[in-house]
Write a protein that binds this ligand. Structure first.
Ligand SMILES: Cc1cc2nc3c(=O)[nH]c(=O)nc-3n(C[C@H](O)[C@H](O)[C@H](O)COP(=O)(O)OP(=O)(O)OC[C@H]3O[C@@H](n4cnc5c(N)ncnc54)[C@H](O)[C@@H]3O)c2cc1C
Length: 345
């Protein structure tokens, strides 16, 4: 599990251990994938606080409620500090290097001259309730797909215990609102139908990058990581492990630059190279596969789910899905060639 490369799982922030997933087609035919110890549903606030504690233990100076308001630059135009507002006063902090981790519409990157804007088609608009008093299988993540239920996206039910789950939706920004329904409208319809007895305990809304990743993630004296660098997975929208990887790679490049006494874009770009090599190169392939799958009609999803639902969950792998679907419909070979080219099957 990717997260475990950075931190040991702790009952304080693990809400639920996960051993597989069920994908429900539009007519709710389930395709089950069993994977022992697949991952965790986490309690985000506790998890984030634990990371903060670890950073503090490692020597970081934490300033809560401090808002960065700008960046400062040297005569050579190298970022060399940030201005911030804290307790009603403005301060300046000189830096050897700035790592901007300020989320999906990074202002810090923009202040340093990096274009961080998103195309609406490259973001998913998300809404998520925490709902109790519902029936679920706690060890499985559930996903619901279909153009009517969640156009260009999916609904999820992520268990956080025996009868409580995060129930959410992400749909593409280009089709949310402006005369179309909003993400929360689709979510409300789903919740009303699926969990009429559920008790809504919380709501989170937000945007998640689902494109190729930002073309420029490094400047003179500055690196962008996580959502600020558009590093969420283009298919699932999951961004927590990717943000941790990009943070690690950026820190390595920053240390290299500081040790050399040169934090120019040229030196720091070892971060961008490593990101591309380790993670980023897959984003384009994932986007291609996702866009290919999104072309299918709801009827096709139901037909393929019917075929795949016969495969036992323990045997389900990407390769097995591919082989099963090809046996059912050989003409799919052309469409799914990206998987072969990517070496995924
Ligand atoms: C509804 C929803 C559900 C999701 N579910 C999942 C999931 O199940 N799994 C998963 O992997 N990912 C999920 N994601 C995506 C995940 O939350 C993000 O990818 C992840 O949080 C990115 O981390 P980050 O540190 O880059 O940015 P963020 O978590 O957005 O953190 C950015 C931080 O910077 C702070 N900040 C911004 N501007 C400034 C400023 N000027 N000065 C000081 N601080 C500033 C913000 O307050 C914030 O605390 C979900 C997202 C949403 C919206």
């Amino acid at each position: 599990m990717e997260l475990c490369e950075f931190i040991d799982p702790d009952p304080a922030w693990v809400s639920q251990q996960i051993h597989g997933a069920r994908i429900f087609s539009p007519n709710e035919t389930p395709v089950t994938i069993h994977q022992q110890d697949a991952g965790y549903v986490i309690e985000r606030k506790v998890f984030d606080r634990r990371l903060t504690e670890l950073a503090a233990d490692a020597g970081a100076e934490i300033m809560v409620k401090a808002r960065v308001t700008g960046v400062t630059s040297s005569a050579e135009n190298i970022v060399n500090g940030v201005t911030f507002r804290y307790s009603g006063r403005e301060y300046t902090c000189k830096t050897k290097v700035v790592i901007a981790a300020d989320g999906v519409e990074s202002q810090v990157g923009r202040w340093a001259g990096i274009d961080t804007t998103h195309q609406l088609r490259d973001v998913a608009i998300c809404a998520q309730y925490l709902i109790s008093n519902i029936e679920l299988i706690p060890e499985y993540l559930d996903f619901y797909v279909g153009h009517e239920k969640a156009p260009r996206g999916y609904l999820w039910v992520f268990p956080k215990g025996d009868d409580i789950a995060n129930v959410g939706i992400g749909i593409r920004g280009s089709i949310s609102g402006k005369g179309n329904k909003l993400a929360i409208d689709y979510l409300n319809e789903f919740v009303k139908r699926k969990f009429p007895e559920g008790k809504i305990l919380g709501l989170v809304c937000g945007a998640v990058p689902v494109g190729y990743g930002l073309p420029q993630i490094v400047g003179d004296g500055i690196l962008l990581i996580g959502d600020a660098a558009h590093h969420s997975d283009p298919c699932s929208g999951g961004g927590i492990p990717n943000a941790m990887f990009s943070g690690k790679y950026a820190a390595e490049a920053a240390i290299e630059g500081i040790n050399k006494g040169d934090v120019s874009e040229k030196v720091l770009s070892s971060y961008a190279d490593k990101w591309d090599r380790e993670k980023g190169k897959n984003f384009k392939r994932i986007c291609r596969i996702r866009d290919c799958v999104l072309k299918y009609s709801d009827e096709m999803y139901d037909e393929y789910a019917e075929v795949l639902s016969k495969v036992p969950g323990e045997e389900m792998t990407l390769s097995k899905i591919f082989q099963t679907l090809l046996r059912h419909q050989p003409s799919l070979l052309l469409e799914l060639r990206h998987l072969i080219l990517a070496g995924w099957v």
